[in-house]
Design a protein around this ligand. Sequence first.
Ligand SMILES: [Zn+2]
Length: 378
Amino acid sequence: MRSNLSLNKILFSLAGIVTLTLFLFYIEKENLGLAGGNSFFKDKCQNAKNAVSCKITPFNINIDPSKKKNTPASKKQISLPEIAKIKKGMINITSTIGVWPNKENKTAAYEAYYTSGNYLRVVCPAPCPIPEAILKNKLIGAQKAVKNLTNFVGITVLTDQKPVDIHLMSSVECGNYTDIKQKNKVNGGYVSKFSSGKRGTISNGSYMCLWEWEDETAGLSINPVFAALLNQQAEENALRLEAQDVVVHEYGHILLLYRFTLSPPHMFYWQEDLVKTLSFYITGKWNGNGYQPEDFPLITDACSSELNEKNGGLFIYNLCTICGFKMDDIPVLLNALDYLYKNGLGNGEWGIPTKLQLKLILDEITGKDSIKDCVLSY
Ligand SMILES: [Zn+2]
């Protein structure tokens, strides 16, 4: 009898604990729900009520000092023997097209250009209308730009984001240029370049859609017809570092895909400002005059007025001019986000670091309250 009573007590206590746990879980859910709508931060550690049960893991930002060197990209032309190392293969890419619940998998054949040991590929739907010399030059140009970028930031895309495919024209994966342009007519008919990852689909990797073969507005075109209008050579353009600005930009988005949450509206601008700054730093920013290398000066100073533009570097510009953030702090920031993600310390969905964690990193780098003092939000 006695033991039965004890058992009842134990069972009763257990039931109580379970109920309490479920209740707390419910509260936590509620807080998360509210956070999305009402708060700047969507972070499970965002308020004092949660802070007791939810630790913000302290971490030290340790970065190899050799990675903190301000080494702007070299504008030296690329040596041609590298072209000889390029391999060509026929591949099938299966992509998940459409939006849930109308998602479907489609497989298409592509020509792929790559070099062994490098996860960047230039892909073109077979049979490919783009001359092989242009595809090869583009691969070498893109590889060099991405190498300059990853040398600077000290991180590369995650293992399951490889290979990174560069699409230069309409394809099953990217969609049709004319269709997209038609659809975007309300926005001026501009076809935006974009990139994405394939996690959660049936294949790994990531891709970027640049439309460089079809884009008639490019200043440095890889299409011989458009290039000729500007007295340029498409083959030469494909190789030029200045012509890899969108590659660097979209690669930057892929780098941030799982290392930083992308919740609108604020954080889109933050990402856009960062990847634009990276592309200006690595490939230069066009001065609007001509198309010589000197017309694409590298922006190496985070306080440069060239970055004082919403959606064009403003976040970095504000951080620099108001709080002393430097171009060399970008690798520190990215390595800290990378550390949080890779060690399962991100406080957002799927372990992705949040805005609050971004703020804490920036506080540590600048020694200021980056939200209050550095105009982090706009
Ligand atoms: Zn972008």
